[in-house]
Design a binder for this molecule. Structure first.
Ligand code: AMP
Length: 336
C-alpha cells in the first residue's frame, strides 16, 4: 500500500494510543506503551483512551471492566501522563467511536475482517466467539480515523490492523471524496518487548501470561523480588547477551537496560553470575515502580480527581470527533 495522508496539518503530529482494560497493567505495558507516550507528550499532540468497548469483545465481568478502566487511568496519570497536555478519556464516553464504527463497516468487506490473523487465532481458542471480535479491527479503525491520527505507535501484533485502517480510509476517500487522514504506523527504534519471566519465549501479557512470570505495576517490592529471583535463565555460567540462544538472560538484561538506560551488551559484562544480575534487575524494577506506586496510592485516595480528568478529556476530544463524524456522514450520503 502506498497511500499517503490525505489531510495535512501543521506540526505537532497527533498520536493516538489505546489501552484495553482487560487486566492489571504490567511491566511490558509500562515499557512498551506508557513510558513512550509519556516521553513523547511534549513533542506530539497526545490522545490516550481506555478502550473499554474493546474489552467487551471477549468474555468479561461488567464490574471488573469499570474497575480496571479507572485503575488504568489512575496508573497512566501516576506514570506521568499530564492531563493538561494529553487528552485522556474513556472510549465509551465518546459515542462518536461507535457511530463511526458503523459507517466504516459499510466500507469494509467481510473477507477483510475474516483475514485478520489475531481474529483467527483468538476465535479458534474460544467456544463462543462474539461477532464484535470479528469487527474489532473496524472499531479500531474508527478510533484512529476519528482523531485524524497521523501516527499510530503499534507493535508487530497490531500491524495488520493498522494496514486495514489504511485500506478502509483510502477506499472511503476514493469512493466518497477526501474525508479521512490515512494513518501511518510508527515502530519504536528499539522495540521494547518484555517477555514472561517464567517463559522467556512468550510475551508478558495481561491475561496471557502466568502471574509468577508477570510483574504487575502494583506488585509490592517483595513480590517483584521473588518473581525476578525465580526468573527462568539457563545452564550457562557466564552472563552473555544473546536473545536468540539465551532468551532468559537476554530478557533480564533488556529489562535492566530499560530501567538504567544502558545497552544490554554493556550491562552483561558487569555481572559475573545470574543471581547478581537478578538482584540488580529486582532493585532497578523496584526503583522504577516505587514513585509510580506512591503517586498511584495518592491518586486512589481521590478518585473524584481521576473521574474529572476523564470527563474533561472526553469533552476536549469531542469537538474533533464530532467534526469527523459529520464529515463522514456528509460524504456517505446521510447529511447534506
Ligand atoms: P495490551 O496489554 O495487549 O492491551 O497492550 C497495551 C499496550 O502495551 C500495547 O501498546 C502493547 O504493544 C504494549 N505491550 C503489551 N505487552 C507488552 C510487552 N510484553 N512488552 C512490550 N509492550 C507490550
Amino acid at each position: 500500500m502506498t497511500a499517503t495522508p490525505t489531510l495535512t496539518r501543521t506540526l505537532p503530529k497527533r498520536r493516538l494510543t489505546g489501552l484495553k482494560p482487560t487486566g492489571h497493567l504490567h511491566l511490558g505495558n509500562l515499557l512498551g506503551a506508557i513510558r513512550p507516550v509519556v516521553d513523547a507528550q511534549y513533542q506530539a499532540e497526545t490522545i490516550v483512551f481506555l478502550a473499554d468497548l474493546h474489552a467487551l469483545t471477549v468474555a468479561h465481568e461488567p464490574a471488573r471492566v469499570r474497575e480496571l478502566t479507572l485503575e488504568q487511568a489512575t496508573m497512566l496519570l501516576a506514570a506521568g501522563l499530564d492531563p493538561d497536555r494529553a487528552m485522556l478519556y474513556v472510549q465509551s464516553q465518546l459515542p462518536e467511536h461507535t457511530e463511526l464504527h458503523f459507517l466504516l463497516e459499510c466500507a469494509t468487506g467481510v473477507g477483510e475482517a475474516q483475514r485478520m490473523i489475531q481474529f483467527r487465532e483468538q476465535s479458534t481458542a474460544q467456544q463462543h466467539v462474539r461477532l464484535s471480535l470479528l469487527t474489532y479491527p473496524v472499531l479500531m479503525t474508527a478510533d484512529i480515523l476519528l482523531h485524524d491520527a497521523e501516527e499510530v505507535p503499534v507493535g508487530e501484533d497490531q500491524s495488520q490492523h493498522l494496514e486495514l485502517a489504511r485500506d478502509v480510509a483510502t477506499r472511503f476517500n476514493a469512493r466518497y471524496g477526501e474525508t479521512f487522514t490515512v494513518p501511518r504506523a510508527v515502530h519504536p527504534e528499539v522495540a521494547t518487548r518484555v517477555m514472561e519471566l517464567s517463559d522467556p519465549t512468550s510475551k508478558m501479557g495481561k491475561t496471557t501470561s502466568s502471574d509468577a512470570g508477570t510483574i504487575f505495576l502494583l506488585d509490592p517490592p517483595d513480590v517483584i523480588r521473588r518473581k525476578v529471583m525465580r526468573a527462568v535463565t539457563d545452564s550457562g555460567r557466564t552472563v552473555v547477551y544473546d536473545p536468540q540462544t539465551r532468551p532468559g538472560p537476554a530478557n533480564l538484561l533488556e529489562i535492566l537496560s530499560a530501567c538504567v538506560d544502558a545497552p544490554p551488551e554493556v550491562l552483561a559484562a558487569e555481572y559475573s553470575s545470574y543471581s547478581k544480575l537478578k538482584r540488580a534487575v529486582a532493585e532497578a524494577v523496584e526503583g522504577l515502580l516505587r514513585p509510580i506506586q506512591l503517586r498511584h496510592a495518592e491518586l486512589t485516595r481521590d478518585p473524584g480527581f481521576v473521574r474529572r480528568v476523564l470527563a474533561e478529556g472526553a469533552e476536549r476530544a469531542r469537538d474533533n470527533a464530532t467534526d469527523t463524524v459529520h464529515r463522514a456522514k456528509r460524504a456517505i450520503g446521510l447529511l447534506t
